[in-house]
Design a protein around this ligand. Structure first.
Ligand SMILES: Cc1cc2nc3c(=O)[nH]c(=O)nc-3n(C[C@H](O)[C@H](O)[C@H](O)COP(=O)(O)O)c2cc1C
Length: 363
């Protein structure tokens, strides 16, 4: 198990409707005032990162969607330590604009900006904005070139690249981002996603899953990364329902499921099965999700962070032992639950980490 403390990120609710496709009342808002306060609560609570989402159109909930880069910049301006990860979708973004925009934000935020390269799952969205819908392999080929260009532009004095999607000749970006350069996350769970992570990404972000399911992905990525002489870390999504008793937490889960919006969940299922199973081996995000799993956009119930603070802390340690370095978390009522998580769960995780270290030291 890594000696480094496990890190924590939360999903920024910059799209409306929260993180579940359910009509259960949620005290979560997508507006900036709510999110500014949430970011301040999160950094005080011990969160390391906030992840913004990019969506260009509504669909299955999420009627309103703030843009990810500008929203991230707003959150950075309202915080002091928190790192904010802005989602970038190749297609609408090209590496030239992204590298320039993020380099400037690196200067504005004392190097606290990072990026999450997403490859697209929502065909209707691409159609709505007139972007060609590439097939799964092509989407990942493009994302990989996008990442190679970002790192090249940020790191090399003069960058030259001839790819299938992007071309540069002696391009010199000034100013470069502050050092260390912005970290590059990527979201996706298919074989193509893992292969890409093992070659070019700093972080592989995957959907919720069981400890065993995550262990298999970690082994696959780390074996390939070693072969490629590349270093990559793993972050896993989980939806947290932390309550004083397990029964109370399970009851909240049941209420979320009972209030699920069946038409929206089925529509989402149709769309993501198309995106997830589209990968040739059928292992992408959502390829194996049940209808209940899909009530949380990224299979966050599967990670089973539902119970008492002690149970949740133990499950996080089990994931750490499986090779996870970062927990990406969603909540029902973000402000109060992020605060509760920082007060009740993170100290238990730290205590268990110290305990494990003592055990290791004493053989
Ligand atoms: C943690 C995480 C965050 C994601 N964020 C976004 C996002 O903000 N916008 C988006 O369009 N897709 C997002 N995605 C979707 C992925 O980029 C990708 O399109 C999807 O997982 C399907 O790819 P796959 O077949 O490799 O799993 C995210 C995925 C994960 C795991």
């Amino acid at each position: 198990m890594s000696q480094q403390p496990i890190q924590f990120a939360y999903w920024v609710p910059n799209v409306s409707g929260g993180l579940v496709i359910s009509n259960i009342p949620q005290r979560t808002s997508w507006d900036f005032d709510y999110n500014r306060k949430l970011a301040q609560i999160a950094e005080r609570a011990g969160f390391d990162y906030a992840l913004t989402q990019i969506r260009f159109t509504a669909g299955y909930g999420a009627d309103n969607q703030h843009e990810s880069v500008s929203f991230s910049q707003g959150l950075l301006g309202a915080t002091e330590k928190l790192k904010v990860i802005a989602a970038l979708l190749p297609g609408p973004w090209n590496p030239t604009l992204a590298a320039k925009q993020i380099a400037t934000i690196s200067h504005l935020s004392n190097a606290r900006i990072a990026v999450n390269i997403v490859s697209g799952w929502f065909r209707g969205e691409f159609k709505a904005i007139g972007e060609p819908w590439l097939d799964h392999e092509e989407r990942y080929l493009r994302s990989e070139e996008f990442i190679r260009c970002l790192t090249g532009i940020w790191q090399e004095e003069s960058f030259t690249f001839a790819g299938d999607f992007y071309r540069y000749r002696d391009y010199s970006l000034k100013p470069k981002p502050l050092s260390p350069r912005p970290e590059i996350f990527q979201g996706g769970s298919s074989r193509a996603a893992r292969d890409m992570a093992s070659r070019v990404s700093d972080w592989y972000f995957t959907n919720g899953n069981t400890v065993e399911g995550i262990r298999q992905q970690v082994e696959d990525i780390q074996r390939k990364a070693a072969y490629n002489q590349h270093q990559v870390k793993v972050g896993v999504n989980g939806f947290v329902i932390a309550r004083n008793s397990e029964q109370e937490a399970q009851q909240v889960l049941q209420e979320i499921l009972d209030h699920a919006n069946p038409d929206a969940v089925k529509g989402f299922q149709h769309e993501v099965k198309n995106a997830g199973s589209a990968s040739p081996e059928g292992e992408g995000n959502w390829a194996k999700s049940t209808l209940e799993d899909l009530v949380q956009y990224n299979d966050g119930f599967k990670t089973n962070l539902i119970g008492t603070p002690q149970q949740i802390a133990e499950r996080i340690i089990a994931l750490k032992e499986a090779g996870v370095s970062l927990m990406l978390l969603g909540f029902l009522h973000f402000q109060e639950e992020v605060e509760f998580f920082g007060r009740e769960v993170i100290p238990l995780v730290r205590e268990l980490e110290r305990q494990k270290e003592r055990e290791l030291a004493h053989g």
